[in-house]
Unconditional design. Sequence first.
Length: 498
Amino acid sequence: MATTSVWFGTARCASRPTLRSHIEADVVVVGGGITGVTAALLLAQESKTVVLLESNIVGAGATGCSTGNLYATVCAGVHAVRKKWDADVARRVVASRKETVDFIEQIAATMNSRGGFERCDMYQYAGSPEAAQQVQDECVALQAAGLTVQLVDSVPLGPPPAQGAVMILPRQAQLHPVAYVQVLAEQAVARGVRIFENTAALDIDTGRQLVRTAQGTVRAKAIVLATHSPSGFHLVQAGLIAHREYGIAGPSPGGSFPPGIFWAQGSERLSVRNLETSNGTLVLCIGQDHKTGQHDAPAALHSLQQAASSRVKLKEVTFEWSAQNFQSPDLLPYIGMDSSGCYIATGFATDGLVYGTLAARIIVDETLGRQNKWAHLYNVKRFTPMKSARSVAEESAAVAKALVQDYLTQRQHEQLQSLRPGEGKIVEIDGERLAAFRGPQGQLTVVSPVCTHMKCIVHWNAVETSWDCPCHGSRFAPDGRVLEGPAIVPLKRKVLNS
């Protein structure tokens, strides 16, 4: 089964042109997910001329592979933020996210239900015994941060069963992320925003305020990199930890499923929700996080399928996909203008729909010279060595381990003859290591395995049929094209002597 997110399988997407000329604007936004499109719309509402460049189609990145869940808490837990920082920071994180969910609701009210926004309850509970204390700690932290919390004994029939108390956060929300950003894009275009799809940014020249694409250029007074991990080289990337999580969806057993966000925490973590479609109710299941380029993708997907079968009784899978996220070392996103002179927004972990919208509002205010009350909390230039040291050290060690493993050991050195159709491997030909892929019809594609971002060696992802970098999360198609940054330059194509 080819990977397709449930959101793209259940949404209509408009077709937009590719940039083929030089144009100028007040602001150029690189990235057409929820951060970029929201920022473009808000800037246009302030009478700014805006150009938005998307390397694929609007919503195709992290936004279109998300859970569609909106909540005031965070995936790492507010108790973890409180421990890393203090009670006041935890309270402000919750307040900023709660305010942003309300803001999304206001925007969705202009969409005549096309964005799929609905209020619902969130259920957090232990899916395995060792997580019971975590749920108790989170309950205390959320109450201290100002959220209303209810405790009950069980979850509704359908989601994974609870082991211990169940914590309910009332009035959280869900939306259809692809439908939502597509309508946002329509509204932005109606306001004069020029959106170009299949238009990757190949060079970002901050000195000249110029973004170059394959067939055009954009000069702007401000550059916004709404690309999840910012394109190119940025200081914050040293501490960002790239993860992938896998998702599946299929018809609900029995034809119905209770509304809500269900988080079963612990060693068998499983996030579950429903989606009502014209063809009936679907159940979405999201599994554990895995470090990008450092995990067995088929095994991760298989583990999720088994968990969904045994704990949710999901019998049929109609959609499979994965999503990438970046966790900051101090558990807070980086939002604002960094030392490159570009506005960036990253480090959202799996909380990106809310944080992405919040980031758009902060960046828009900063470009307009206005003070945003949340800007200091998420300041991209903050210096937190004590809070970040352990995470940065662990990530640096992981990067070093990947480099040593890939450069100084013999990893997957196999001859081309062993490649089966649809398979990719690192092979050695005439003393040179190459990244080789054999297509479904037997055709061979060979590229350099050296990531163009920071020179790590890419690994094959057999689920997404992509080359994934274990160091900073860049991803490439079998032919070397950039699928996901921070890399901008594709993997170098190699021609083999016959």
